[in-house]
Write a new protein. Structure first.
Length: 92
């Protein structure tokens, strides 16, 4: 029986989250599931990672210190094969 909590081998995840404590916890959880995780705390850093590599998945915080995470989606920064999950802890 396959492990339902494991990600596909070699799964590359870009985690874009400005809250460092939350980013560390999410990153540790994703790594425990078998992902290779690249972390970014702002849009500029995320753009650099996206220019250098392709990712299977991205977890994208909506509100970042240097702009809205949706700007990456609007600009077409992600590969067409990247599944993007937009997340926020912003209440309202």
């Amino acid at each position: 029986m396959a492990d339902e909590t494991a990600l596909p081998p070699g799964c590359e995840v870009l985690l874009i989250e400005d809250d460092s404590a939350l980013r560390r916890r999410l990153s540790a959880s994703l790594r425990a599931f078998g992902a290779t995780v690249t972390e970014a705390g702002d849009l500029a850093s995320a753009r650099g990672h996206l220019a250098a590599a392709r990712f299977d998945f991205a977890l994208l915080d909506l509100h970042l210190p240097d702009g809205e995470g949706l700007a990456l989606l609007r600009s077409g920064a992600f590969s067409e094969n990247t599944t993007v999950v937009v997340m926020t802890a912003f209440g309202g």
